[in-house]
Write a protein that binds this ligand. Structure first.
Ligand code: BTN
Length: 323
């Protein structure tokens, strides 16, 4: 039986009787019951009321894969995107990294997931993706050229995502170097970029994006820092629409970055810069300084005791310091 279909039927949060569900899906009521219990274990809450049937608490906006596929197929520019949505996977980044050896040049590979069982964050951290609540996808492509040309990529990706959110009317979006998307001083999303292959001939670039859309803290969400979601900030934005906007803008922006560099994105970073002027502490280096923007390669500039220090995102992570 298709779990996806069952979720689609129940996604509006209205009651549907067990008999109707069983008939629509061509299975027994026991199968429906078992399936709902499995979904409960993945964090989706259902209510059962005698005489009314089942309903999904709060409803759910399931990703509209067919629609996404049809929109992407409409233009020559987007027809080069290989797109797939999966219900559950260990990690979309891991999957793309593992399959990247067979990729064609001049194509983009996008894998979106409704949930992840072993989502990965930066510096070996776990990234939690409960079913159907967030945006979780990876986008990959083959890069042939000098690896130095990719410096600044993470700045470009952050700025594109922040621009899209701002265009959806989300106010106060900021970017915490190197890869965090913030709102109201709390983490809304993160980016994990991985490179694999031969660095100065053919390498695969995988960009993973996780963004909290509809989580409210009731879904066993674990994170070791202050976090928020679009819903908690008062925004009801459709996940499928937002995902499509991210994909289209990323593909366009990455193309521009590879042709013209990151200068315009670096300028725009300044308007989103969460750290600028703040006292920050560099983990693992016993260093405290005031953040003062980025170099042309996307490195963080810190003023430490009157001297300038330049930090590469690969080496460090920074936290606001209490002073
Ligand atoms: C971070 O802030 O530490 C980065 C989080 C990146 C999470 C995304 S979700 C999609 C992709 N798949 C993963 O396993 N991780 C990234």
């Amino acid at each position: 039986m298709s779990t996806k279909k069952l979720l689609e039927i129940l996604s509006d949060g209205q009651f549907v009787s067990g008999v109707k569900l069983a008939n629509q899906l061509g299975v027994s009521r026991t199968t429906i019951w078992n399936q709902l219990n499995e979904l409960k274990e993945k964090g989706i809450e259902f209510e059962k009321v005698r005489g009314k049937g089942y309903r999904m608490l709060g409803g759910l906006s399931v990703l509209r894969e067919e629609w996404l596929r049809s929109v992407l197929a409409t233009s020559e520019a987007t027809a080069q995107i290989q797109f797939e949505v999966v219900q559950s996977i260990d990690s979309t980044n891991t999957k793309l990294v593992d399959s990247s050896g067979s990729w064609d040049e001049n194509k983009y590979y996008v894998l979106a997931a409704e949930s992840q069982t072993n989502g990965r964050g930066r510096r070996g951290k776990q990234w939690f993706t409960p079913y159907g609540r967030n945006i979780c996808f990876s986008l990959g492509f083959v890069f042939t050229g000098n690896i130095e040309k990719l410096e600044g990529l993470s700045v470009v990706i952050g700025v594109i995502l922040a621009d899209v959110l701002s265009e959806y009317g989300v106010e106060g979006v900021s970017l915490k170097w190197p890869n965090d998307i913030y709102i109201s001083g709390k983490k809304l999303g993160g980016i994990l970029i991985e490179l694999t292959g031969e660095f100065n001939s053919r390498c695969a670039v995988v960009i993973g994006v996780g963004l909290n859309v509809d989580v409210d803290g009731s879904t066993g969400f674990i994170i070791d820092q202050l976090w928020t979601s679009l819903r908690l900030e008062g925004y009801a934005i459709d996940r499928t629409d937002l995902l499509l906007s991210f994909i289209l803008r990323l593909v366009d922006g990455i193309g521009r970055f590879l042709s013209f560099g990151s200068a315009t994105y670096l300028e725009r970073w300044a308007s989103y810069d969460y750290l600028r002027g703040k006292l920050v502490e560099v983990h693992g280096r016993n260093m405290v300084g005031v953040a003062s923007g980025l170099t042309e390669n996307g490195c963080l500039i810190l003023q430490v005791n009157g001297c300038e220090s330049v930090l590469n995102s690969g080496e460090v992570s920074v936290r606001l310091s209490d002073g």
